[in-house]
Every structure is written in structure tokens, then in C-alpha cells.
Design a protein around this ligand. Structure first.
Ligand code: SAM
Ligand code: SF4
Length: 342
């Protein structure tokens, strides 16, 4: 670890006003994507001009500052992280930090389209686990949800990742009237393919073409359907993340549920998110943020970065305000998930 700066808080853990220690960073490496999922993006998105986006070198410096403050896991996300030019360089550098013992893990959330040609390198650079977002196994539905006909690429990508020895978890957003009836089949498929599955409720993030309520499917309504096929028992398993787990009794495997609307998960929150422009958002569901890019590009980046981190963590809110009230989704924030990093 570099120790060439004198800011006093540089080695202090990041602890928020509610006593929660921040050990997990989700870093969005780009706002761009090769899909256009309807609940995430508009069809015609305006992407950020290049100078606004952090360089990969800046992202590495930022990651190291977080490591100095006790962050042990970094997840790269986006947009689609694997469409960022030279992203393998950053992954290799962070993989080296894992080897040096400065990080426990480097992971990735991806739509899987690029995995087929990148999986070998990712494994070589130390990626052990990857989350692949996949909402349907039906090619037509896939094309409808993502506005792109790429299911085959994603399935090939999942296979390539597994062949390279990377553990794959599937993330599926539950969508009313869309993949709703298919969710038990997706669970069956994951079990037969030896993949973990986490189901997610849609959240009101950014403007999209359809009203959010039209797609919203509470996971409380999904569970009984899954239980017609599998015996599910609530599990105490926790990862410090938002998921709550059920054990699938027949297989011993875990099913994760992320329920921002039907069950708030903020109590044990250990994470912050940094956008590709270097804004740190202390909560996915709140607008408070601090600009780390200004600190990074200042005359004294190390000291300024650490004091910006202190300010940010000191302002971490207790939780999000997403909720359903009288059939309407409330607590909306104006950023798209692709901007903050899912
Ligand atoms: N492109 C990558 C992917 O799709 O995995 C990484 C970024 S994406 C924004 C991360 C996750 O956020 C995906 O699993 C996606 O399904 C989820 N997501 C996007 N918008 C969402 C929303 N409004 N509510 C809930 N989940 C959302
Ligand atoms: Fe792209 Fe991921 Fe958003 Fe889909 S969910 S549009 S794959 S960033």
C-alpha cells in the first residue's frame, strides 16, 4: 500500500453515522451498454462525453484509496462493464491487488454478451465469480425485454465462463406479465445447470418508456409459485448485501431474493457505489453524492480524495425510500441504474 501521503484519515476504516462499516465498492466503469433493457434504459440514450468519464488509471487510483480505507471487495458494473475499452487491464490490476492481499475479491456484474470471448482472460486475471443478468430463456422475450436479439450470445457466454472455472450466478428481475410465468422454469434451469439464482424486484430508477407499476411484480407473489415445485425454507445466510436467502431443500442450494419494495434491506448495508464519472452515491435509492473526480484531478489527489471519502461516508443515509403506496411506486430517483451501477 502506498504510504506517501499524510492525510490523517487515510488509514481509518470507512464507518458511517449508523455504525456500518463500508467494505464493498461497486464501481461503474461505463454508462454504455450493448443492450437496452426496458426497465433500465430508454431506447435512445444519450451517453456521457468521454472527458467526463474516469480513465481506467483514475479508476485504479480510486479503488486503491478505497482499499486503504478497508474496502475488501470490488464489483465492476455499468452500463455493461465488458464493453469498456481495455477493461481487462483494470481487471488484471485489481487481480494483482487480490494476489497482494489488499483485496479479498474482484467480481463483475455483466449481461454476458461479451463473456464468450473474454472468459478465459477474466479467469486468468483472477475473476472467480460473475453475476450474469438474464431475465428469460425465451429468445423472443429476451429480444423484447432487452431490445436486442442476443440470447444465444449470453448463453454461450455463461458456458464459456463456467468452462473457464468462473462460478456464475444468475440475476433475474421479476417482471409482471413478462417473465412472470417463466420464473419457476428459470429456477429449474439454474438448478439443472448448477447455477445460483437471485430474483430482484424492479426499482424506480430513472425514467423509462413504461410506467414502473406496469412491470412491478412483488417477490412475495412469486414465492408461492416456486414452492409448487421446490421446498423452500428461509435461511440465515447473509453476504452483507441486499439479498435474503431461501434454501432449496431438495438441492441444498440457495435462492436469493432482493426485495427493495416488499422488504427493506438497508440495516446491514456495507456498500457504496461510484459512477463512471467518479461520483460516489452512498445509497442506490437516494440522490446524495460527493464528487470524487474533482479530488482525483486536483493538485493533491491523495489528501483530497480521503477527505472527500470522509465527507461522503459521514453523509451515508439510513436507507432508501422505495415503496409501493396505493398502487404507485414511490421514492423514485432520477438516475438510471446504468448510471449509478447496478
Ligand atoms: N449491464 C450489466 C448487467 O445487466 O448485469 C451490469 C449493470 S445492470 C444496471 C445491473 C443490474 O441492475 C442488472 O441485473 C439489471 O437487471 C438490474 N437493473 C437495472 N435496472 C433496474 C431496475 N430499475 N430495477 C431493478 N433492477 C434493475
Ligand atoms: Fe445494459 Fe445491464 Fe441496463 Fe440491461 S440492465 S440495459 S444490460 S446496463
Amino acid at each position: 500500500m502506498p504510504d506517501s501521503f499524510s492525510h490523517t484519515s487515510a488509514s481509518m476504516p470507512l464507518r458511517d453515522p449508523f455504525g456500518r462499516e463500508i467494505t464493498y465498492l461497486r464501481l461503474s466503469v461505463t454508462d454504455r451498454c450493448d443492450l437496452r433493457c426496458r426497465y433500465c434504459m430508454a431506447e435512445h440514450m444519450t451517453f456521457l462525453p468521454k472527458p467526463e468519464v474516469l480513465t481506467l488509471e483514475e479508476m485504479l487510483s480510486l479503488s486503491r484509496a478505497f482499499m486503504e480505507r478497508g474496502v475488501r471487495r470490488i464489483r465492476l458494473t455499468g452500463g455493461e462493464p465488458l464493453v469498456r475499452k481495455n477493461i481487462l487491464w483494470l481487471i488484471e490490476q485489481l487481480g494483482e491487488e487480490v494476489k497482494r492481499g489488499n483485496l479479498d475479491e474482484i467480481t463483475l456484474t455483466t449481461n454476458g454478451t461479451q463473456l464468450a470471448h473474454m472468459a478465459q482472460k477474466l479467469a486468468q486475471f483472477g475473476l472467480r465469480r460473475v453475476n450474469v443478468s438474464l431475465d428469460t430463456l425465451d429468445p423472443q422475450k429476451f429480444a423484447t425485454i432487452t431490445r436486442r436479439d442476443r440470447l444465444e450470445d449470453v448463453l454461450n457466454g455463461i458456458k464459456a465462463a463456467r468452462d473457464a472455472g468462473i462460478r456464475v450466478k444468475i440475476n433475474t428481475v421479476a417482471l409482471k406479465g413478462n417473465n412472470e410465468a417463466e420464473l419457476p422454469d428459470i429456477l429449474d434451469w439454474c438448478i439443472s445447470e448448477d447455477l445460483d439464482l437471485t430474483l430482484i424486484e424492479t426499482m424506480p430508477l430513472g425514467e423509462v418508456a413504461d410506467a414502473r407499476e406496469n412491470h412491478y411484480l412483488p417477490l412475495t407473489a412469486v414465492l408461492p409459485r416456486l414452492e409448487t415445485r421446490w421446498k423452500l425454507t428461509p435461511s440465515d445466510h447473509r453476504t452483507g448485501g441486499p439479498a435474503r436467502y431461501y434454501t432449496i431443500v431438495e438441492t441444498g442450494r440457495k435462492l436469493g431474493l432482493i426485495t427493495p419494495l416488499t422488504g427493506n434491506f438497508c440495516d446491514g448495508c456495507n456498500r457504496v457505489r461510484v459512477t463512471c464519472t467518479g461520483r460516489i452515491y452512498m445509497c442506490l435509492g437516494q440522490d446524495d453524492h460527493v464528487d470524487l473526480r474533482a479530488a482525483l484531478r486536483s493538485d493533491n489527489p491523495q489528501a483530497n480524495l480521503h477527505s472527500a471519502l470522509d465527507r461522503a461516508i459521514g453523509a451515508k443515509p439510513k436507507g432508501h425510500d422505495f415503496a409501493m403506496a396505493e398502487g404507485r411506486m414511490v421514492g423514485q430517483v432520477n438516475r438510471h441504474m446504468s448510471h449509478t451501477g447496478g
